[in-house]
Design a protein around this ligand. Structure first.
Ligand code: ATP
Ligand code: MG
Length: 380
């Protein structure tokens, strides 16, 4: 049933490999997601065909060979992109992340045993599910459990610790006791993991449905990756900037150390620094709030405090096109210059005009604004 329900292109890829005499299975995340009833976001295929044989099988298709050294060939078939990886076992790990070498193998079992968690180590082939580690039961019971001896698996690749937390948060699954023990024993190895990888797992953790319990119960582990964290409430909007700002509310430096994009770094840092701002209670204060923070950041600040009413006030200002920035005024700098002001007076006059318009003392019409400015000229 699993294969029939897969996209046309993926079915074709399996058929081609099988018709060439190879074994081929759907594997990993796509099998897990399917069993959970979700549409997988991508499909992985595992096969006993060696990478160069895979390339040969798909000579009539677009093939991307970037991962070929590790046994992965990407094939695009009927618009569907699929990673085809040769059965392999991983060699020794010396950097807590990448195997020093990979060895291709002839049997599915060894390929499944190198995978991280039982729920990620299932395959689906012509004869149905291949589940060597009890993944289906763990999926049913909502359990994340390492394949094999947990401490060994996490010391081979410490990123798996973050992956465990991410899957636990995303699916609302418990982390099995021995697995959690292994994670804690190896948590110090997270210091060796690339900051970019830590960051992307962290986003998955804070955006998951069990963000709160995971960030509360595993703060000790997270501290090795990013320092002090604060539990993220499940009631917060699903906005990664907002959730990261909540996570790092007592540790602004963490976001700076994570090598994320400049925009994300600046946004999250800004949200943390302004987290205590007084939120708008009425329309004029919402206009001033936007004036001070900009519309996008104003919204995120309301989300960070989970203040629905303040959020609505901010969106109301936007929807009604009420003035909140200098740009919204019915005059331009040039009009002020023509009225006889110059230099720094111009921007001061515009700010005073905006104050007047927001407070309702002045209508947002050129004539009214120029009169208003004239009445305030002593302060300009
Ligand atoms: P997602 O939905 O986030 O893509 P996924 O399970 O598909 O989840 P991928 O990173 O796409 O995760 O990896 C595909 C499969 O490769 C996993 O299901 C797992 O079997 C295996 N895998 C990925 N990363 C590791 C790792 N660090 N250690 C061991 N196995 C891994
Ligand atoms: Mg995947």
């Amino acid at each position: 049933m699993m294969i029939e329900k897969s996209p046309e292109g993926i079915r074709k890829i399996l058929e081609i490999l099988i018709s060439e005499g190879y074994e081929a299975y759907l594997v990993g995340g796509c099998v897990r997601d399917r069993l959970l009833g979700f549409e997988p976001k991508d499909y992985d295929v595992t096969t006993n065909a060696k990478p160069h044989d895979v390339v040969k099988c798909f000579r009539d298709y677009r093939v991307i060979e970037t991962g070929i050294k590790h046994g992965t060939v990407t094939v695009i078939c009927e618009g569907e992109q699929c990673e085809i990886t040769t059965f392999r076992t991983d060699g020794v790990y010396t950097d807590n992340r990448h195997p020093d070498n990979v060895t291709f193998s002839d049997d599915l079992a060894s390929d499944l045993s190198r995978r991280d968690f039982t729920v990620n180590s299932m395959a689906w082939g012509q004869n149905g599910l291949v589940d060597l580690f009890g993944g289906e039961a763990d999926l049913k019971n909502g359990v994340i459990r390492a394949v094999g001896e947990s401490e060994k698996r996490f010391s081979e690749d410490a990123l798996r610790i973050m992956r465990a937390l991410r899957f636990s948060s995303r699916f609302g699954f418990e982390i099995e006791k021995e697995t959690a023990v292994g994670m804690r024993k190896c948590a110090h190895l997270l210091e060796n993991i690339a900051r970019e990888r830590i960051f992307s797992e962290l986003v998955g953790i804070v955006m998951g449905k069990s963000a709160f319990s995971v960030t509360r119960d595993f703060a000790d582990i997270l501290s090795f990756a990013v320092g002090k964290t604060t539990p993220v409430s499940d009631y917060l909007a699903l906005d990664s900037d907002v959730r990261l700002a909540a996570l790092f509310s007592q540790n602004t430096d963490a976001i700076k150390s994570l090598k994320t994009s400049r925009t994300t770094e600046n946004t999250v840092a800004y949200l943390i620094e302004n987290a205590d701002s007084l939120l708008p209670e009425d329309i004029p204060s919402a206009q001033r709030f936007i004036r001070r923070h900009g519309y996008e950041l104003a919204l995120k600040l309301c989300l960070l405090r989970a203040d629905k009413e303040a959020y609505t006030k901010v969106t109301d200002v936007k929807r009604a096109h009420l003035p909140s920035r200098i740009y919204d005024l019915a005059v331009r700098g040039n009009d002020i210059i023509l009225a006889g002001y110059s230099g720094a007076q111009v921007s001061r006059a515009l700010e005073i005009a905006l104050d007047g318009v927001i407070s309702g003392e002045c209508r947002n019409r050129k004539k009214d604004i120029l009169e208003y400015i004239d009445s305030k000229k002593d302060g300009i």
